[in-house]
Each structure stands twice: as C-alpha cells, then as structure tokens.
Ligand binder design. Structure first.
Ligand SMILES: [Zn+2]
Ligand SMILES: [Zn+2]
Length: 389
C-alpha cells in the first residue's frame, strides 16, 4: 500500500448524546449514547472516567439491550473513544513512551508494547492526547449538567479540534500513521509501528519472523526472475543480520546475564553463521541449527562467500579457505554463485530463523495464549461455515 509515513489520520465523525433528566426526588441522572455519521468503518470503545476526567476502567459494551456494568463511582462519566478513519486506535507505552496504532482498542488480556515488550492493562496505554480528550469531554458534560434537563449532542470531532489547536502535532488525539503496518500471523491483530520490527500488541508474538519470511520470499522471486544469485546472497545475509539483530537486542536488554562473551555478543554482526550459532548456544542455550545439522557446512560456505563478494570483489582469500576447508577453489580465484545454491541457502536460512523465533519465546514470555486461541477458533468457524452447502 502506498502510504505517507506519519501522516495525520483525521478523526472519524462521531457524536456523543447526553440525556440529562431530574428524578422526582431531585437527583439528576445522565444517559449516554453515541452516533456515527461518516461513511468510513467505525468502531468504538467506552471507558468510565471520574468527573475530573481521570480514566477509571474500561466499560465492556455487550451490545443492544445489554445493561452496562455498574459505574465505579457515583459521578463516573461514560466516555466513548472512536477509531480513526483507518480503523486504528492509538496507544502510548507508559514505560518507553513509544507510540503505535492497532486495531485492538482494548484487550481482555494484557496489552503488549511493540517496542519494549512491557505488558499491562489497556488503560495504562492511553496517550497524553487521549487523556486530554477524555478530560475535555468530562468538562463538556459538567457544563451541560449545570443547565436544564434535555437531550444534548457533543461533536467528538469538535472536542478533538479544540484539543489539537492547543497542542503540538505529536500530541494530537487524531492518530498518526507510523511506518510499518502488519497483521499478526498468530492472532490477526493489526499494528502500525515505527520501524519494521516489534511485538504484536495483542498476543505478544514478535513479528520479525513474518517480516524475514516475506523478505526471503521476495528474494526467491528475484532469483526466479533472473537476478544475480551473488546479489541475492548478499541481500539474504543482510536481511538475516537485521532479523537476528532484533532478537539479540531484545535478549540483551531484557535478560540479565554476565557471560564473558556478552560484550562481543551485543556488538556483533550476524555475518558469520558459525559464530552466531555458537554464541546463541553458549549464552542462551538457543539451538539455531535444529533440524539442519547436516547443512551447516553448506551454510557456512555461503556465508563466507558473501564475505568474499562484499570485501574481496569476489576473489577467494586465505581466510575463506581456512574457514570453509573448500578445496574446490584456489586463493585468488574469482567466483560467482549459482542459482540452485542460493535457492537452497534461502530455505536453510528460514529454518535458522524459525528456530530463533521459537526458542526466543521460550525465554521471553510475552506470548499470550488467549488471543491466539481466539483467532484459531475464529478461523475454524469460518472454515466450517464455508464448507456448508
Ligand atoms: Zn514500551
Ligand atoms: Zn498477535
């Protein structure tokens, strides 16, 4: 999709209805409702906030006719928060301050920050601008309460505009699109994050494997279309380096360890498969070569070949022969790669990636079963429905 990074996503056209009535005993009651008129898909969630505009709890909406749960305090206001025009909701991490958008407004399970992996209740992830918006809504309601009984409408877009005019652009309640939109392959949640790599904010699964897989598929297609195998090999190693780098950074920042090779590990580039496998195994007991033990020699050769192409203009050097034991070439000989080898290389590299992803989540327990099971059940229901005559 052709998207403009960091563009503002305009608010989605939504009106809050406030019905104020006075009971026989003199008490005043408020009923809330929400209307939507813009021609874009719309979803909304509700929270209870104190009269001063401090969020108290998420208010689950059970649908037409289902009574709302009891207000946490007598003066609690019901505030509706709508999605933007791309059906996303904004979130901000209380730990690392990172901002992202996702299709999950709130989750019954803890929400996970895509950047640092912190997990907590959905309410903890409200942005400053959303908090301003809630406060402004509460102020409007307080003013209406001072007036006569009746049914009133508050344009939530207008409230948003009032906040935005007094705010710097990065604090807009109006959401900002980020750099990478992806759909989680485990739970189906869509996230829009800064950069390429992160945790799914709903189920906590890293998205890197999906990104890496798609990179490798694109390289496979390039190879098929006649691109130079040598160039594809170079690109594949560079993609592998970026992929492993994301997991290394998370491990290094989240798992305290005092291994003598830590210094080397936190700085290393992943251009040498033997050293990569060895360090992950020594430091974290992660086995990257599971299932491809017989292919390690081949993988090592192609990694070393990449080094030759990148740094020696394709001419074999002494180090290459020492590292690979490859007797089929002579020092000083110019080499190129063949399509079949690079095709095999892409396949084996994916297995290394899958091993890393799986074992990483055995150490970093951000993955949550509920959304993954819910998605699986949804897919099964759809498949069953589609099979019906
Ligand atoms: Zn964070
Ligand atoms: Zn997910």
């Amino acid at each position: 999709m052709n998207r403009t990074e960091f563009q503002e996503i305009p608010h989605s056209g939504c009106t809050l209805t406030v019905n104020i009535a006075t009971f026989d005993d003199g008490r005043r009651g408020i009923q809330y409702g929400v209307k939507h008129s813009a021609p874009t898909p719309f979803s909304v969630y509700a929270i209870y906030a104190s009269a001063e505009g401090v969020p108290q709890e998420i208010c689950p909406m059970g649908g037409m006719g289902v009574p709302l749960p009891k207000r946490p305090t007598r003066n609690s206001r019901l505030i509706f928060i709508g999605c933007d025009r791309e059906s996303f909701f904004g979130h901000q991490c209380p730990k690392c301050d990172g901002y992202w958008r996702s299709t999950s407004a709130t989750t019954p399970w803890p929400m996970v920050c895509p950047y640092c992996g912190y997990s907590g209740k959905s309410l903890e992830f409200m942005s400053e601008a959303q908090l301003d918006y809630i406060k402004a809504c509460c102020e409007h309601i307080a003013k209406l309460q001072e007036g006569p009984d009746g049914e009133y409408e508050i344009s939530l877009d207008k409230v948003t505009d009032e906040i935005n005019s007094s705010r710097t652009p990065n604090l807009f309640y109006t959401q900002q699109s980020q750099q990478s939109q992806y759909c989680c392959c485990e739970c189906g949640n869509r996230d829009d994050i800064l950069g390429k790599n992160g945790y799914c904010s709903s189920c906590g699964t890293r998205n890197d494997l999906g990104v890496f897989k798609s990179d490798l598929e694109k390289l496979g297609k390039k190879l098929e279309a006649g691109s130079s195998p040598t160039e594809v090999l170079k690109d594949a190693v560079s993609s592998f380096d970026g992929f492993v780098n994301a997991y290394r950074n998370q491990l290094a920042s989240r798992v305290n360890f005092t291994h003598p090779k830590r210094k080397r590990f936190v700085k290393m580039k992943f251009h040498d498969i033997e050293e990569t496998i060895q360090l992950f195994s020594e430091i974290y007991d992660i086995n990257l070569s599971k299932g491809i033990e017989g292919k390690l020699e081949f993988l090592n050769k192609l990694f070393q070949r990449r080094h030759i192409h990148e740094h020696c203009a394709g001419h074999i050097d002494k180090k290459y022969v020492e590292k690979t034991g490859d007797n089929a070439v002579k020092i000083g000989q110019f080499v190129t790669e063949n399509k079949q080898d690079v095709e095999d290389f892409l396949k084996e590299l994916l297995v290394v990636g899958e091993n890393l992803h799986r074992e990483f989540h055995e150490i970093i327990h951000t993955q949550q079963a509920e959304p993954i099971i819910a998605e699986k059940e949804k897919k099964e229901r759809i498949a069953k429905y589609n099979k019906q005559p």
